[in-house]
Design a protein around this ligand. Structure first.
Ligand SMILES: [Zn+2]
Length: 309
């Protein structure tokens, strides 16, 4: 195991894609390097240190199957405690992937487990022919049967929102017939009309050791629609699958507080309660507004100029 992946801050870093392909040219590379050259590493925490699982590839293969919720195996490791004493660990281990990824081991109850990986395709700008992690989103269609979210634009949208730590996401299907609420905290999707709730899973596309050797990179999604309109700061990432999104604002959001204050100027707090406020994020409308704003500003400058002359 490479010593560089034992660093405590490793969980905040990504594996180096150059190192995976054996051609990292960085002098002082800030990404993680490992001898396995895999785009992921599964590690467990024992005796205050992180140990890379020798069967990381098998763990990953199971993790990449959305229907699998855990993986059991025999953990064997030779620990060199003292120069002459070699302690050989041979323990039953089960990694449970959800809701939190944890490992249960005979003798130790649960131990921390982490998956180090390359950057998400969404953050890396979905560079093709590379070993960025191709995360995919699934929903449980039937007990034990998992479906990929379709089309690809919703995969891009879910991944961007998840990485931006958006808490909930509302969208409609079948021509606004059904409204759904995705909760990223509980990883569930609820049909708002019927109340039916289904679990969600976010799993990567599997890359084997042989794939890395053959330089066979995982498949990319269809590139998303490019929205040129800049996001105003408090806004959440654009919904790339629908023309607009209703974003529920948190009660401590500045806009929520201002709106609430204006609302209660004319109505009594004793008679009304503000239960939810939504921001409409519509890029076409925002683009129109921005254009009008620029035109008005230009007209105002012209007017002031002619006044001065
Ligand atoms: Zn590197």
């Amino acid at each position: 195991m490479s010593s560089s992946v034992m660093k405590d801050d490793a969980s905040n870093k990504f594996l180096c894609m150059g190192n995976i392909q054996g051609n990292c040219t960085q002098n002082k590379c800030t990404r993680l390097h490992s001898d396995t050259h895999l785009p992921y590493l599964w590690q467990i925490q024992l005796f205050g240190g992180w140990f890379t699982l020798p069967n990381s590839e098998s763990v990953e293969q199971v993790f990449c199957s959305p229907e699998k919720k855990d993986y059991s195996f025999k953990f064997t490791y030779e620990l060199d405690f003292y120069i002459s004493i070699l302690h050989c660990l041979n323990l039953d281990c089960t990694i449970v992937f959800e809701p939190e990824t944890r490992a249960f081991m005979s003798e130790y109850s649960f131990v921390e487990v982490r998956r180090l990986s390359t950057m998400s395709f969404n953050k890396a700008g979905d560079v093709g022919d590379s070993f960025v992690t191709q995360w995919r989103w699934y929903w449980e269609y039937n007990a034990g049967k998992w479906m990929l979210f379709k089309p690809d634009s919703i995969q891009h949208t879910l991944e961007a929102k998840f990485l931006a730590k958006q808490t909930t996401y509302l969208y409609w299907r079948e021509n606004y017939k059904w409204k759904y609420k995705i909760d990223f905290g509980s990883m569930t999707q609820q049909n708002v009309q019927t109340g039916a709730t289904r679990p969600l899973r976010r799993r990567p596309v599997f890359v084997s050791f042989q794939d890395v050797q053959d330089n066979k990179t995982p498949p990319c999604l269809t590139p998303p629609q490019v929205i040129e309109v800049a996001l105003p700061p408090p806004w959440v990432p654009w919904d790339l699958a629908h023309p607009f999104e209703l974003v529920q604002m948190s009660p401590d959001d500045k806009d929520f507080i201002e709106l609430s204050a204006s609302f209660f100027k004319t109505v009594s707090r004793d008679q009304f309660t503000l239960t939810a406020v939504f921001r409409i994020q519509n890029h076409a409308l925002l683009s129109g507004f921005n254009n009008q704003f620029l035109m008005m500003q230009a007209r105002l400058i012209d007017k002031n100029m002619s006044r001065k002359s």
